[in-house]
Write a protein that binds this ligand. Structure first.
Ligand code: PMV
Ligand code: SF4
Length: 409
């Protein structure tokens, strides 16, 4: 990978050992993925924050670093709500370690806003280059906003933040963003069914780029859940939805000759002539998706906000409560600044017995482990809660989650 004179100086250690180490990470990645050069980024989102996932080794690595980030950077959720950790049942030893991690990141100029939905704080523009690492945030930025980021690891996102640049490869390059597989869904979907769709399809497409042909128009929240689950059960970092997502899937003439990228001729698809859809196709069993969401469960906790809840999702929960107080443990995870902008909404949710938790989530907090069965409204949580918390999980619509919460016993 080509380095400018200034970049070479950093690589040779002329600006100290931290920046040298960070440049080494970027150069190693760039060489592996055959990047031509480094490109400037607009922001970074850094995973690897919860003490539960990074432990003492991670804390030590971050504490040794020096310097300041060159672009706005936020953190992924940590293991607890900074203020309500006692209410969550977090022990003091864990809390102290978690605080040390946050201080070490803050020393580097990173905002202690711990969220997987940084796009609610500052929405990237179409075409912006980013270095984000939480997989649902990556999927949202690429697919829903048309920004460009690879699925970074925690250390490479941190390196990009401290240098202000990332290697130019993968999804930073337009030609790598065309769809590779078409997903046909023959019935309209609603709400949590989009997360269930991502859960089912993700494992089939791996790291491909799905192009969905749907019978319903997903909202931004539904797209968020679709992408989060695709990234969790598969390794999807970008998807398109015909006529919905902003980046169009018009293939350039040279791609027309590639066998698997053939023009679809199916009349009922109403695909304009100039659009080309991948011939490799997966037809989704909608019945299976609807069944998955309708399973009858008796959870001891209901957790929503994976990915962190939007203002609209918080409002929907309040509306569905319809004045009732929950009789079970209910968590709703959200970004602290989304809550701070909507204090009355949060207060009302709390009055009705909901634990609105900031800075953390049901997957990265050890507090989830005290429960046996978790009901979620997220395809991503359905995938990760069993594997990362050892807790059984089932998915239901937001409405069913609230009904279960109000029913008690
Ligand atoms: C499960 C996940 O959402 C949270 C755990 O990430 P972290 O490495 O603990 O920040 C990570 C991801 O999907 O990118
Ligand atoms: S809430 Fe979900 S998407 Fe967000 S960090 Fe936790 S597991 Fe990842």
């Amino acid at each position: 990978m080509y380095l400018t004179k200034d970049e070479e100086k950093i690589y040779n250690g002329e600006q100290g050992p931290t920046l040298q180490k960070m440049m080494e990470i970027l150069v190693a990645l760039g060489d592996i993925f055959e990047a031509d050069r480094l490109i400037p980024i607009k922001s970074a989102q850094i995973a690897g924050v919860s003490y539960k996932t990074i432990g003492d080794a991670g804390l030590e690595w971050i504490s040794d670093l020096e310097g300041k980030v060159k672009v706005p950077a936020v953190l992924n959720p940590m293991g607890m709500d900074m203020e309500l950790y006692e209410q969550m049942g977090i022990d003091i030893k864990f809390a102290r370690k978690q605080e040390e991690i946050i201080k070490a990141y803050e020393k580097l100029g990173i905002a202690a806003e711990c969220t997987c939905t940084p796009y609610y704080l500052k929405r990237p523009n179409f075409g912006d280059h980013l270095a984000w690492s939480e997989s649902s945030a990556v999927c949202f930025a690429n697919s829903v906003l048309g920004a460009r980021t690879n699925r970074e690891g925690g250390p490479s996102a941190l390196a990009a933040a401290l240098i202000g640049k990332t290697p130019n490869y993968g999804l930073h390059i337009k030609e790598n963003r065309y769809p590779t597989v078409t997903i046909k869904v023959e019935e309209p979907l609603y709400g949590a069914e989009y997360g269930a769709l991502g859960y089912v399809v993700g494992s089939k497409v791996g790291d491909g780029i799905p192009m969905f042909k749907l019978k319903s128009t997903p909202t931004e929240d539904e797209l968020k859940h679709l992408g989060a689950a695709l990234a969790a059960s598969g390794a999807v970092a970008l998807f398109h939805v015909l006529h919905v997502t902003p980046e169009q899937y018009v293939l350039p003439p040279e791609k027309m000759s590639i066998d698997r990228q053939m023009l679809s001729r199916e009349d009922d698809w109403q695909v304009p002539e100039r659009y080309f859809l991948p011939r490799e196709k997966i037809e989704v069993d909608v019945g299976h998706i609807k069944e998955l969401v309708k399973q009858h469960v008796r959870p001891d906790i209901i957790a929503m906000g994976c990915p962190h809840a939007s203002k609209g999702e918080l409002e929907e929960i309040l509306r569905l409560l319809d004045g009732r107080t929950v009789k079970k443990e209910v968590w709703v995870c959200a970004a602290r600044s989304v809550g701070a902008k909507n204090p009355e909404l949060i207060e009302k949710l709390r009055e009705h017995g909901i634990k609105v938790l900031y800075d953390t989530c049901m997957v990265v907090s050890p507090a989830a482990n005290q429960f046996k069965k978790m009901m979620v409204n997220s395809g991503k949580a359905l995938k990760y809660v069993p594997s990362m918390c050892g807790v059984d999980a089932a998915i239901g619509s937001t409405k069913d989650c609230i009904e279960e919460a109000c029913r008690g016993d």
